[in-house]
Design a binder for this molecule. Structure first.
Ligand code: ZN
Length: 54
């Protein structure tokens, strides 16, 4: 699985509303940092089923 934002191999697979989105380490952290600035983070963590891909 490739990262949704770049061509790197995805380190994480986030599933939301039945759609799987791949995220590399960098973009995963970037998304978390963005979300951490808002109250959406806790809500998102409940919604997302985040799997570590090896
Ligand atoms: Zn990426």
């Amino acid at each position: 699985m490739r990262c949704h934002y770049c061509d790197r191999e995805a380190a994480y697979a986030a599933e939301k509303d039945g759609v799987k989105v791949g995220l590399c380490e960098e973009h995963f952290r970037e998304r978390l940092e963005t979300l951490a600035e808002s109250d959406e983070l806790s809500a998102l963590q409940e919604q997302l089923d985040i799997d570590r891909t090896e």
